[in-house]
Design a protein around this ligand. Sequence first.
Ligand SMILES: NC(=O)c1ccc[n+]([C@@H]2O[C@H](COP(=O)([O-])OP(=O)(O)OC[C@H]3O[C@@H](n4cnc5c(N)ncnc54)[C@H](O)[C@@H]3O)[C@@H](O)[C@H]2O)c1
Length: 281
Amino acid sequence: MGSTHPNLAGKVAVVTGGGGVLCGSMARELAKHGVKIAILNYPKEFGDQTAQAINQSGGEAISIFCDVTKKEVVEQACVEVIEAFGQVDILINGAGGNHPEGSTTNELYSEKDIDDPEVRSFFDLTPAGFNHVFNLNLMGTLLPSQIFAKELLKTKGVIINMSSMSAPAPMTKVPAYSAAKAGIDNFTKWMAVHFGETGIRVNAIAPGFFLTEQNRRLLTNEDGSYTARTIKVLSQTPMKRLGKPEDLHGVLLWLVDDTFSGFVTGISVPVDGGFIAYSGV
Ligand SMILES: NC(=O)c1ccc[n+]([C@@H]2O[C@H](COP(=O)([O-])OP(=O)(O)OC[C@H]3O[C@@H](n4cnc5c(N)ncnc54)[C@H](O)[C@@H]3O)[C@@H](O)[C@H]2O)c1
């Protein structure tokens, strides 16, 4: 069978956070369609593993050290991408994550939590924790977008941001992450409008609950069984399962291929097994 997306062959994708579970999987999928991949990850070793897997299976990939929160570092990474591949057609802003000091231990306020040293209450959230999460998710999307948009303007390229189901309605316990991802949805629309006439399209993918390294401690116990939170998540997910990285591939291929989504910009697509559709009743 031929490729379902033949016009992706020969394009170049920059994937920040491509050393991680979801965006590593997305990078490998694009590579199968002939897209040349530049993984920009910090630490670089994780990116090396994704690039190596792609190269070993007949694709073409490079791994570049890049902390997405540092402008000069992203600029240098862009120079290296252009040296290697000459152009950029797709930017996936995948680097993202949370920080313990931006999260509360419990879902709901309780006075007894305040003096409990084992519990992080609302009053224990720190500016450093919030800054870390805002910086990584939001600044880490702005800076690569700014730097690579200069290349994307030449190719009429595509930007894909990574949102979350914590953006439309905040998830309990993770206020910093939820606010940052709501910011991603908002910024996705802003960039889509700003670049509307240029040919650059900007969209986001909003995964529901996927079991990855980032949330393993939240979703599973030491013995691999589901936590109370996961059981609650599944009770709110009509399809009654967690997401698998491959669940993102179809939306990704649709959004990066102009022949499929050429008039689509400024949206955030839920991939959540129906989580957002369910009122809980
Ligand atoms: N896992 C989920 O259920 C889920 C749900 C919704 C949204 N997301 C979002 O999807 C994206 C990928 O998530 P994942 O679960 O694959 O996470 P992951 O932790 O597996 O991958 C994130 C990658 O980003 C890298 N990274 C961290 N800080 C960086 C920095 N400053 N510069 C460059 N790279 C950096 C990490 O090394 C890692 O390789 C994130 O934006 C995440 O917030 C994940």
